[in-house]
Design a binder for this molecule. Structure first.
Ligand code: MN
Length: 333
């Protein structure tokens, strides 16, 4: 399936379409959806395009969405209207569609997935533009524009650059092809300086406290020569895990109970992934949550929710990683 066949349905048959983000939409998901809606403005000018936010946006996304306004933004349920085309973007696990998973299943629309997460549930969709080697969903959308021969207008180019910067750690993990797409977006009118400024957030002291408190509760382990840390915190699990890896941990396991369930966030550095090939998404998060929750993600960044208490969930992830590394965790005191 190639990007050039998008939208897989005759444009004149599209009266209304929806572009669905994942729950707690991040900038990559929102910006990719925004750019798809602009793309449809060129491919099917008479179609009404809704950008659908099934269950909230991150604070940063909310702020960015002020500058990248969507004429038809549907938050939550929607009006029950019929869609001819539904495009899900940056979804990862289908559960992240929340209430829209059932709507997607029941809808007679042509269903398309645009994603850079490893494919977990393909049977939902009629067509898939999935490339887990792409930096971001936004990069895939940039490729769609190029292969369809549609020039991105400056606001769409800027949106895609924001999505790519957000998901690639400001290009730190960008591959050559990502950089080539970035240069093309700049040629279409995007500004990398503006994008960096827009992504900069004022400090959130809730997050600062969460990070420092979880540092106080940190447990350190040596596993097959790697430094693995575990901690618990009630919110900001992914931010905490990311900052522990930037402090030098090879793997961070952060779990916390919120509203009746345990959320876990796992991060590793690139060196860990390259030398061990332990994939935090498919090997760890998915198996920890198996039978009692959902989990998945990327090789070095993954998350899960489950019914285990927070400490148990952390231990389960640690023992799974240890067994994959064929070693026992030795606590460093
Ligand atoms: Mn993404």
């Amino acid at each position: 399936m190639t990007e050039a066949s998008f939208p897989f349905i005759a444009p004149e048959k599209i009266r209304r379409m929806g572009v669905i983000c994942h729950r707690h939409a991040d900038p990559d998901s929102y910006m990719a959806a925004f750019a798809i809606s602009r793309l449809m403005g060129k491919l099917a000018p008479s179609a009404r395009v809704d950008v659908i936010i099934p269950d909230g946006m991150s604070l940063l996304t909310r702020r960015l969405a002020e500058s990248f306004r969507q004429e038809h933004l549907v938050e939550g349920e929607g009006d029950g209207g019929e869609y001819d085309l539904l495009v899900a973007v940056d979804i990862g696990h289908a559960e992240l569609l929340k209430d829209w998973l059932a709507k997607l299943k029941q809808s007679p629309a042509v269903k398309v997935l645009v994603d850079h997460h490893p494919l977990q549930e393909g049977s939902l969709y009629d067509h898939m533009l999935v490339d887990s080697t792409a930096s971001s969903a936004s990069e895939i959308v940039a490729t769609m524009y190029r292969q369809l021969g549609v020039k991105a207008e400056p606001s769409a180019a800027q949106a895609l650059l924001l999505g790519i910067l957000f998901d690639s750690q400001h290009l730190l993990i960008a591959k050559e092809r990502t950089l080539r797409e970035v240069v093309r977006l700049i040629d279409s009118g995007a500004s990398i300086e503006d994008a960096r400024l827009l992504l900069r957030s004022p400090p959130d002291y809730g997050e600062v406290i969460a990070k420092l408190k979880s540092a106080r509760r940190l447990k350190l382990y040596r596993v097959a020569g790697w430094v693995v840390v575990t901690t618990t915190v009630g919110s900001f699990q992914s931010n905490v895990a990311r900052s522990l890896v930037s402090m030098g941990a090879d793997v961070a396991i952060v779990t916390g109970e919120t509203s009746g369930e345990t959320r876990g966030s796992l991060r590793a550095n690139q060196r860990f992934w390259e030398s061990t090939k332990v994939h935090l998404g498919t090997d760890v998060a998915a198996s920890v949550a198996k039978d009692q929750g959902v989990g998945g993600g990327h090789p070095t960044a993954a998350s899960f929710t489950c019914a285990m208490p927070e400490a148990k969930a952390g231990e389960a992830a640690l023992s799974l990683i240890s067994s994959l590394l064929k070693d026992k965790p030795a606590e460093i005191r």
